[in-house]
Write a protein that binds this ligand. Sequence first.
Ligand code: SAM
Ligand code: SF4
Length: 356
Amino acid sequence: MSEEPSATAIESLTRRRDVIAVNDEPRPLVDGFRRAITYLRLSVTDRCDLRCTYCMPERMTFLPRREVLSLEELYELACGFIERGVTKIRITGGEPLVRRDIVHLFEMLGRRLGHGLEELTLTTNGTQLAQHAEALAKAGVRRVNVSLDTLERARFEALTRRDALPQVLEGIAAAREAGLKVKLNAVALKGVNEDELPDLIEWAHGQGHDVTLIEVMPLGDVEEERLDQYLPLSDVRARLEQRWTLAESDHATGGPARYVDVAETGGRLGLITPHTGNFCAGCNRLRVTATGQLYPCLGGAERVDLRAALRSERPEEELAAALERAMAIKPEKHHFRMDERGAKPHLPRHMSLTGG
Ligand code: SAM
Ligand code: SF4
């Protein structure tokens, strides 16, 4: 992409930001429900090399490149959040590792670790992880989430519309070799991978990876009906309990997942249940798209334009005002619903815009 900054521009930005980091006391971001915001999910692209059937259509329309923030702007934005008390940043997408020079952003943000930032991480489909695992570890990344919904090659191809399972498995192995802790995410899909979920969990635990299962959410148009894809995790859990002993775990990451320990595999299983169990009371996060649109809630239409603030005459003041607006409009909870009345709300944006 032509908008990427030169190494010198990045160096000078990083130095200027280091000075601000030392001099400024963080002014925490707290929303109208007294929830402190400490976690930013930053999307760096909406593009992807896969086409998961529950995420996007085969003929997906992507954002025009000129609208996407440069790496320099993404870094500026991330620093703005760190200065407001954000301690954890997850880079996401689309597929973050398809963005050219993305490792630069990890390197820049990696320098903020221990200076306001406590954790830098990413969510990836794993196809490009083998090339980047070592550089990510070197930049300070310690954990990665890899999305993997099936271990069967033909099924993977049908589900993602690309024959890329071997690459993903290679990526997971490379991440482990580079010293990264890998967590797997799998969307539970009716009639697609529901028969395979125990094997997937057993395999992951055998490799030393935690797994989190996710209920499908009605975001954006895809070819299939959402209700046909939806598999309630309460059903999955009941079936797993016939096979294994699941014990509630006190493990908590501040995220939406609730965890159980599986006695027989010795591993941990997370369950993200927007439909069968609401988790919004402890929400600590904000999402920003690759064009700088801040969505305070994954399940809401509320939005604040940070790109306009960033590109204004007085970016620091405008950004501060935009973040105050975001705090004021962050809703108490999402309104996702999946039942006989349909899949609601139907939000036009796809998950690949906000990155989950
Ligand atoms: N491309 C990367 C990946 O797949 O990990 C990062 C972005 S992807 C949008 C983030 C997560 O959202 C993935 O775990 C994916 O399975 C999940 N996801 C995508 N669409 C979803 C939907 N409609 N409902 C629930 N999860 C979804
Ligand atoms: Fe791409 Fe991730 Fe969406 Fe799959 S879930 S199409 S890998 S962005």
